[in-house]
Design a protein around this ligand. Structure first.
Ligand code: NAP
Length: 304
């Protein structure tokens, strides 16, 4: 009989992950706050639950994929939540990106209730979720990691145990710092190139082949040139993640000056009402700071 999986949160990432679990032969019961998405998954062979409690009651593995720390807290400890309704010994795999300290505390509560908690935040974006090619940084005991591995292999390709509960989230925070910094530098480079009237398609091609090349450049460069910022990964979620990075750095007694600067730029883009854009939309604030908003031609007399 196939393993029973409960999946909570069928958003941009959760839906394709749940679909990949179905494709891998898991018996998936899904709950989503807005019920339509769970019903859509039911038409692909899953089952729709009307509540978290109903989804998790018979599950051997429970996966959560919701936006932020309070959302995970609510799904876990709420009246109708996982703690009060899951079977003893069930694995709880949280793939959301949340604060490491919250993860540590929730993992402790889960253990006290007889659950086996694993934090397993992911990287690779929507396309990585669709392709079951996510990179997954896992925190928890060695034994629980091994128990969770088959399920994670159905949604990801690079799956690494990085330490005890909370460690996965700490590594994910570092991931988000690197990605935001890369996006910020790429945006500055493209605004700079446009101001010099350089052929930006040619520039992207050659930059991509050298040391400046990166997955960020490959995936986000053309989006910036096209001003095409449909999410993907929403800026407001990256704003949340930059808050996690800066707080965790402070807590550890280290400074992260570039993180602080990029966090301010991300925060400003969100405050301008652009939190719904893909994180490549950080380009808009870099453009604005140079007085070149919304126009790829040189309107300022800048350049040479
Ligand atoms: P999303 O598209 O906004 O989806 C969030 C899902 O959580 C939705 O199904 C939403 O339900 C549900 N939800 C929100 N609050 C809830 C609550 N309090 N209780 C129950 N369900 C709730 O977000 P996403 O892009 O999939 O991101 C999910 C997580 O993955 C975040 O932590 C994010 O940082 C991380 N992540 C995202 C990406 C990416 O590229 N998008 C990549 C790596 C990691 P409704 O449908 O009712 O709104």
């Amino acid at each position: 009989m196939s393993t029973k999986v409960a999946f909570i949160g069928l958003g941009i990432m959760g839906y394709p992950m749940a679909e990949n679990l179905l494709k891998a032969g898991y018996d998936v019961t899904a709950y989503n706050r807005s019920p339509e998405k769970a019903q859509a998954l039911a038409s692909s062979g899953g089952r729709a639950a009307a509540s978290v409690a109903e989804a998790v009651r018979e599950a051997e593995v429970i996966i959560t994929m919701v936006p932020d720390s309070p959302d995970v807290e609510e799904v876990l400890t709420g009246e109708d939540g996982i703690l009060g309704n899951a079977a003893q010994g069930a694995l709880w795999v949280d793939t959301s990106t949340i604060r490491p300290d919250v993860t540590m505390s929730l993992a402790e509560q889960a253990r006290e209730q007889g659950l086996r908690p694993v934090d397993a935040p992911v990287s690779g974006g929507e396309q990585g979720a669709i392709d079951a090619a996510l990179s997954i940084m896992v925190g928890g005991s060695e034994e629980d990691f091994e128990a969770a591995r088959p399920v994670l292999e159905a949604v990801g390709r690079t799956i690494v145990h990085v330490g005890p509960s909370g460690s996965g989230q700490t590594v994910k925070a570092a991931n988000q710092l690197i990605v935001a910094g890369n996006i910020g530098m790429l945006a500055e480079a493209l605004v700079f190139l446009e101001a010099h009237h350089v052929d930006t398609d040619a520039a992207l091609k050659v930059l991509g082949g050298g040391l400046a090349g990166s997955k960020v450049l490959d995936q986000k460069g053309q989006k910036m040139l096209d001003r095409s910022f449909d999410p993907g990964f929403r800026l407001e979620l990256h704003h949340k993640d930059m808050g996690i990075v800066t707080a965790a750095a402070r807590e550890a007694g280290v400074v992260a000056p570039l993180a602080a600067l990029v966090a301010q730029l991300v925060g400003s883009t969100v405050r301008q009402g652009n939190g719904h854009l893909d994180h490549s939309g950080l380009f808009t604030i870099v453009e604005q700071l140079s007085g070149r908003s919304g126009d790829s031609s040189d309107t300022t007399g800048g350049g040479r």
